[in-house]
Design a protein around this ligand. Structure first.
Ligand SMILES: [Zn+2]
Length: 189
């Protein structure tokens, strides 16, 4: 449990969760360490029920949360209790980092760095279309994006690639226990 909290506290993981399900997702993930209903979760996070469900759906589609389902014998109603799958979070996070790295390495090889926009404060990269769509504001930290346009930017991209490589190897080393975690799910039909 302690390792999971540590994983959730990593800057990279927080940004990843924000990008996946919105501003409140990192805080929500902490409340999902043990199974909880969507109503209780909404209350704990001070969010509207509809927003909470939308976020839960996004996280569930990514496979990083799961649920237990039980049935009330008298009313026939189903009850859902959601919980974080830390093993899947780690796996999905590492996959995302690997894809980012591949993308950056390909662009560096092809000298395509000039088509990339990057956020200097949180080191996220965006291609031209996505950057234009976001009006050159980083959706994660609200920073202004820069266009890669000089040798300095080329070096910056190389540095980002090195940082991503380090992050992948660090999390894999430190969170081996998390990737080995097993979860029991109960779903009454
Ligand atoms: Zn940013």
């Amino acid at each position: 449990m302690c390792k999971t909290k540590k994983l959730l506290g990593r800057d990279g993981v927080k940004l990843f969760l924000k990008a996946a399900a919105g501003e409140n997702a990192p805080a929500m993930a902490h409340k999902l360490l043990s199974p909880i209903s969507d109503e209780a979760l909404a209350e704990k996070c001070s969010l509207r029920a509809a927003d909470t469900r939308m976020m839960l759906n996004k996280l569930h589609n990514m496979g990083i949360i799961d649920y237990n389902r039980s049935k009330d014998k008298d009313s026939g109603w189903y009850y859902y209790a959601w919980f974080l799958r830390a093993d899947k979070l780690l796996e999905t996070y590492v996959t995302k980092k690997r894809n980012d790295l591949e993308d950056i390495e390909r662009r560096l090889e092809n000298n395509e760095v000039y088509n990339l926009y990057l956020c200097g404060s949180c080191e996220q990269t965006f291609d031209f279309d996505r950057a234009a769509e976001l009006l050159y504001h980083c959706p994660l930290c609200e920073g202004i994006m820069d266009r890669g346009s000089s040798d300095e930017d080329f070096d910056k991209m190389k540095k980002i690639a090195i940082n991503i490589k380090k992050e992948i190897s660090d999390v894999q080393k430190e969170f081996k226990a998390v990737s080995a975690m097993r979860y029991k799910t109960m779903k009454v039909i």
